[in-house]
Design a binder for this molecule. Structure first.
Ligand SMILES: Nc1ncnc2c1ncn2[C@@H]1O[C@H](COP(=O)(O)OP(=O)(O)O)[C@@H](O)[C@H]1O
Ligand SMILES: [Mg+2]
Length: 219
């Protein structure tokens, strides 16, 4: 099968014109992720359609999307950092209008918890959100704090050529989130989750405190 893309945790192969197979290199069970994608997709959220099959539970078969990731589009200059930040804000706010799938707490929502430019594909039908492996339910402010923190980590990285774009994207994200962003405790929790995320390397983990401070300063 043709390898279409590789992220930090998974490889994505083309099955045919319309479908791809996403497979974790570490053999994680994808059933919960498939259930979350099917749930939000059925409520109108822009995610690729999932096709639960009888293959191994580590396989996720979904609709094949065309178009670059938001990250690639930023690098290629087809969208600005400001547009990217505003689009991320809209995608977060839209996700958080959907009621939770399993939680009984009326304040809880489905959270993506990794919504950043590499996990958004800019398709002819609009931006679509991929990579739901970190998704869980909880307070929406945590999801917003996580997206802000991920951009801030690049913004405070002196070795990254993308730092200025990440900062501009972060400013636009915070602007787009506006009052919806309840940061009470959320930033510290997001920092702790990120510090425990196996997909985040040691160098990045060393930037978390600075990143949290930057988000606090910019709000
Ligand atoms: N439905 C899809 N259609 C086409 N390409 C995809 C699809 N899902 C993912 N990809 C490609 O695979 C890459 C990695 O996917 P992702 O789900 O983000 O994995 P990871 O968890 O490893 O980051 C994406 O950046 C994208 O290029
Ligand atoms: Mg990804």
């Amino acid at each position: 099968m043709e390898l279409l893309g590789s992220g930090r945790s998974a490889d994505v192969y083309a099955i045919d014109e319309g479908r791809v197979l996403r497979r974790y290199r570490s053999g994680i069970d994808t059933r919960r992720e498939i259930a979350v994608m099917a749930y939000v997709g059925a409520r109108g959220y822009p995610v690729p359609e999932v096709y639960p099959g009888d293959g191994p539970v580590t396989d996720l078969v979904m609709a094949r999307l065309s178009g670059p990731t938001m990250f690639r589009a930023m690098i290629e200059g087809t969208i600005t950092a400001e547009e990217a930040g505003h689009t991320l804000a809209r995608l977060l706010l839209r996700l958080h209008r959907i009621p939770a799938r399993v939680s009984a707490d009326p304040g809880d929502r489905v959270l993506h918890l990794d919504l950043h430019p590499e996990n958004v594909m800019l398709t002819p039908r609009g931006p679509m959100v991929i990579d739901w492996c970190n998704a869980r339910e909880g307070p929406p402010g945590l999801d917003c704090a996580m997206s802000a923190l991920i951009l801030a980590q690049v913004a405070v990285d002196g070795e990254s050529a993308l730092a200025p774009a990440a900062r501009a994207g972060l400013v636009a994200l915070l602007d787009g989130l506006g009052a919806a962003m309840d940061f009470t405790g959320a930033l510290d929790r997001a920092g702790a989750l990120r510090a425990a995320d196996r997909g985040v390397n040691e160098r990045e983990k060393g930037l978390i405190d600075q990143a949290v401070a930057l988000v606090r300063e910019l709000r």
